[in-house]
Design a protein around this ligand. Structure first.
Ligand code: COI
Length: 363
C-alpha cells in the first residue's frame, strides 16, 4: 500500500506539471477553414510518445512534432495486429476554456483492452496526463465553439520485432490529434443505415468488445459496398442467430419506442462506447426507461426513433434502416428524443450545461 501511495503522489505531482508544456503556442487559432471541417486527418502540431519493454511500465513520455514514426517491419502491431486505439475529444467553450470529456473512461477501456491483447498499458493517470498535454500543446487546433472539436487519438501498439506468434518485446503509447467536424458527410442530417446479412462484425468469445484496430478493417468491405449504394453506414447483426442488432461499423445503436430507449447489451461482441454509457445515464436522468438487452431486428418495424452514438459520431439521428429490401422510416427532428439527448450531452461537453456528474475536466 505504501508503494501505491508513493506512486500516486508521483503521479499527482506529474499531473500538476501538466499546466504548460514547453511547446505551448500562444496563437489563439491555427490557420484552418473552420466552416468546412469534416472527419479527415488534419494533424495538430504535436504528438506524445512513450515506449516500454514488455516487462516494464510506461515512463512519462515526450511531446514531439507530429510526424512519421519509425517501426520495425516485424513489429507485433504490423504483423499480428497487436494494437489498440482510443478516441476522445477536447472542446473549446464560449468563455475560452478547454474541456475534456471522461478521458479516464478511455484510459480504463485501454487498460482492459491491453489485458486482453497481452500488452502493458499506461496507467489511468499517465493516459489522462498525455491527453491533457496533447490538448494544451495543440490548443490552437481546437475549433471555435460550434464548429467542431479536437479529436484525440491515443494508440497502444506492439512496436517491438517478433516473428513467431507471441506478445511483442516492446510497446509504444502514442497520442496524436486532429481538428474535426461532423463524422458523416450527411452532417447532422439523418443517416440511412443498411442491415448487413453476409458479414458479421464480431463473434462470442472473440474481441468485439475491445477497441482493437483489427475490429475495424474487416468491416470495410461491407461498409464500402453499402456506401456505394448510397447508405451512410452498416448495421451489423449478431453472429450466431443473425437476427439481433449489434452495432454500426463506427458507433453504437439505440432504438426508441414510447418512453423506452433500448440498446444492445454489452456482452463482449459490441464496443462499450463512452458516449453510449453517458447517453444511457442522461436518458435515465430525463425519465426514460433504458433497457440494455437483446434487440431482435424485427423491432425496427415499430420503433419510433433510431439513433447512433459514438465519440466521433456524437448522437446521430437515423432516418431509415434498410433490411431485406424493406425500408423502415423513423421520426427525426427538433422534438425527437435523439435531439434532446444530443443537446444535453453536447451541452455538458461544451460547458453550456452545468456538469453535475464530474464528467468534464478543464485543462
Ligand atoms: C470513435 O468514435 O472515436 C471511433 O473510434 C470510431 C471510429 C470509426 C472513428
Amino acid at each position: 500500500l505504501g508503494a501505491y501511495y508513493c506512486y500516486a503522489s508521483q503521479v499527482a505531482s506529474r499531473l500538476e506539471q501538466v499546466e504548460k508544456p514547453s511547446v505551448y503556442s500562444d496563437d489563439e487559432y491555427a490557420d484552418v477553414d473552420w466552416d468546412n471541417l469534416g472527419f479527415k486527418i488534419m494533424p495538430a502540431d504535436y504528438m506524445y510518445t512513450t515506449r516500454c519493454s514488455k516487462d516494464e511500465n510506461f515512463e512519462q513520455g515526450q511531446l514531439s512534432p507530429y510526424g512519421n514514426i519509425e517501426l520495425s517491419p516485424s513489429a507485433g502491431a504490423l504483423n499480428y495486429g497487436q494494437g489498440l486505439y482510443e478516441g476522445t475529444k477536447a472542446y473549446r467553450t464560449e468563455d475560452g476554456r478547454f474541456l475534456l470529456f471522461r478521458p479516464d473512461q478511455n484510459a480504463m477501456r485501454m487498460k482492459m483492452g491491453a489485458e486482453r491483447m497481452c500488452m502493458p498499458s499506461p496507467s489511468i493517470d499517465q493516459f489522462v496526463y498525455a491527453v491533457k498535454q496533447i490538448t494544451l500543446a495543440n490548443k490552437r487546433w481546437i475549433p471555435p465553439p460550434g464548429k467542431g472539436t479536437l479529436y484525440i487519438r491515443p494508440l497502444l501498439m506492439g512496436s517491438g520485432p517478433i516473428l513467431g506468434l507471441g506478445p511483442a518485446p516492446e510497446y509504444t503509447f502514442l497520442v496524436y490529434a486532429s481538428s474535426v467536424g461532423n463524422y458523416f458527410k450527411e452532417g447532422s442530417a439523418p443517416l440511412n443505415l443498411f442491415v448487413e446479412e453476409e458479414f458479421v462484425r464480431a463473434t462470442p468469445g472473440g474481441a468485439g468488445g475491445v477497441k482493437t484496430s483489427g475490429n475495424y478493417a474487416p468491416v470495410l468491405k461491407a461498409l464500402m459496398r453499402a456506401k456505394n449504394r448510397g447508405f451512410s453506414d452498416v448495421l451489423y447483426l449478431d453472429a450466431v442467430k443473425r437476427k439481433n442488432l449489434e452495432e454500426v461499423s463506427s458507433c453504437n445503436i439505440f432504438i426508441v419506442k414510447g418512453n423506452v430507449i433500448s440498446t444492445p447489451a454489452a456482452n463482449g461482441t459490441i464496443l462499450e462506447g463512452i458516449t453510449r454509457k453517458s447517453v444511457v445515464e442522461i436518458a435515465r436522468d430525463h425519465g426514460y426507461q433504458v433497457e440494455e438487452r437483446v434487440i431482435p431486428v424485427d423491432e425496427l418495424i415499430d420503433a419510433d426513433e433510431v439513433f447512433c452514438t459514438g465519440t466521433a459520431v456524437v448522437v446521430a439521428p437515423v432516418g431509415t434502416v434498410t433490411y431485406q429490401n424493406r425500408r423502415f422510416e423513423f421520426t427525426t427532428g427538433a422534438h425527437s428524443v435523439c435531439q434532446e439527448l444530443y443537446s444535453t450531452l453536447v451541452g455538458i461537453q461544451t460547458g453550456v450545461i452545468e456538469d453535475k456528474k464530474g464528467w468534464t475536466i478543464e485543462v
